[in-house]
Design a protein around this ligand. Structure first.
Ligand code: GNR
Ligand code: NI
Length: 189
């Protein structure tokens, strides 16, 4: 028989994603002091949680950790199935373009709700990567929209905060109703 080789073991945890109107989602996230193993473990867990959801991005506050950490993978649902995870620690956005683009956005913390949101079509992003190295990238198109959506989470904002008060109230009402419904179903089950 083949000998069993276990060179290393990675345990990743799928965490619970908070949904609006959870007050924790309004927390302003704190910067990370050092990209150490604890932060890397958080990023691994966030990535697993995001793939499981499934989503294309996730901010730490969405799993109840108010730190400036984002994971993202905009490629993994393409046909080739190759995953390309990206990690952004302490991201800062600059050089926002004056021109805006509109995309229909959704959010794992606002389940089943979508709305068209206008944001600068291009921006520059400075951040620390998985190894704590400083990086700079230009973002445009969907990537620009997504990174700005994730950055909003660090400021305690959701995409619905860009909508009119009326639209926002309607969406939050729907979410509260859906939450009540699912907890009833759990009791019956
Ligand atoms: O999975 C997600 N899809 C998405 C679609 C359009 C615009 C933004 C997003 S982000 C979202 C995941 C999420 O909630 N990240 O915070
Ligand atoms: Ni979101």
């Amino acid at each position: 028989d083949e000998p069993l080789k276990l060179s290393y073991l990675i345990i990743m945890t799928i965490k619970k994603i908070l949904t609006a109107p959870d007050p924790l989602l309004k927390t302003i996230s704190k910067p990370v002091e050092k990209v150490d193993d604890e932060i890397r473990k958080l990023m691994d867990d966030m990535l697993e949680t995001m793939y499981d959801a499934p989503g294309i991005g996730l901010a730490a506050v969405q799993v109840g950790v108010p730190r400036r950490v984002i994971v993202m993978d905009i490629s993994w649902n393409k046909e080739d199935g190759i995953k390309e995870p990206k990690y952004f620690v302490n991201p800062v956005i600059s050089n926002k373009a004056k021109d805006l683009s509109i995309y229909e956005e959704g959010c794992l913390s606002v389940p089943d709700q979508y709305a068209e949101i206008e944001r600068p079509e291009k921006c520059v992003i400075n951040y620390l990567d998985y190894d704590g190295k400083e990086k700079q990238e230009e973002a445009e198109g969907l990537f620009a929209t997504w990174i700005q959506h994730e950055m909003d989470h660090h400021e305690g904002m959701l995409f619905i905060d860009h909508l009119s008060t009326l639209k926002k109230i309607l969406i939050v009402k729907k979410l509260v109703k859906a939450k009540k419904q699912s907890s009833k179903e759990r009791i019956v089950a």
